[in-house]
Design a protein around this ligand. Sequence first.
Ligand code: ZN
Length: 471
Amino acid sequence: MSDKSVDCSIRGGLVVRGSGITREDIAVKDGRIVADADGYGDSDVGRVIDASGLYVMPGIVDAHNHPENADRIETFSLSAAFGGVTTVVPFVRNRRRYGVEGTVTDMIEEFMDEAARTSYLDYGIHAILLGDDDVEDQVPRMMSMGVISFKMYMTYPRRGMMMPDERMLKAMELAAQDGGIAMVHAENGYCIDYLVEKSIEAGHTGREHYAPTQPRILEIEAANRAATYAQVTGCPLYIVHLSAREMLGVLERFRGADMNLFGETCPQYLDLTNQAMLDHGALAKIGPPLREREDNEAMWRGLSSGLIDTIASDFCGYEKSQKALGGEGEGSIFDAAFGGNWVEQMLCVAFQEGVNAGRITLPRLVQVMCENPAKIFGLYPKKGSLDPGADADIVLFDPSLEHVLSAEEQHCIADYTMFEGKRVVGKPVLTMQRGEILVENGIMRGRMGQAEYLPGNPSLAAYAPGGHGVS
Ligand SMILES: [Zn+2]
């Protein structure tokens, strides 16, 4: 090959960016996308990938996941790669409530060690700040490690996870000072515990009693409160897993006040309802709860109109037997574990219900699943972009492949899916990370231990003065 050569050329596909769809070739050299892809003859190209009939998209950036149960970063990232994800940003927290000594910073160091050995995908890190974290000490320490996003729970007081309001204000102040961003799980935990206790006292512990103890007003109240605190402290805020239709009004109101406020939703809040809880009990237990069809539709409207910025998985991988403990059969739904393993089906579900169903455009899907999460957390344009200079993190997606989603096909340890039996058209057929093929035609060709840590860069974040903003 001549000097002017590339490692790989992806030819004949339809390239999808947030700005639109174009027919062009993409060329890759030394792990990055290079300009003038059609300027290379066959003899200048290491490998030609025929993408005719396929969409060429940036890899998905999954900015919300918890690989800390049966599925840790190894099997979570494996499963994610099969689902078209190329970048993950997991949450790390202190584990004192499990008897593990150490600060959240110590846990981040441990996680980085584990991820360097076992992750298949490049990873950033979000911290979770719990009520017992020394935020004055920890926030600046984490910022200097490239951890620029700090999630706080406004719920789960009995589980020792809730951040008291006055500490949340302090954490927001510190994050804002250093160019970071706060994230909140917006639900009023005192009210939830009050309602749960009353329900248990009345002997109402079945699956049908779950949703009534977690009403939508508690999400709305907490989101208003968090956004108010963010406004008072001048801290950018990202509200995770929006689920209730009224959240669109909350976003609209505070955006109007010219705040840096971002909203996320998840495939489960776009496609599932409380019927899944009634059908499957503990397996469908998540917080906030699955709601109603009108809420699914509102989430799509928010994504389409620009009020909601991202889709992320909120992956939490339990085996069925662990997840169902106490919740299936005779046990109390209130004793069952929270969370679901939605990452591998996320793109297929979003494409089916969003693009195929005409609720959002394909470029908008790329904005909310690739570009915006990278922009918000200071990883853009290295990640989430197909422009020259970006990492060659690419997904080839076949929009005509019809298939049925099933846990039998998934690659995580979690052995069930709430999307079991769902018929979809469209599937990722190739995942590439930094120019290396990870997954091709359903086979993992990559290796663990090749992944890179991605420190968040506050000066590139969407909310930074002169930052990329989000569309
Ligand atoms: Zn979560």
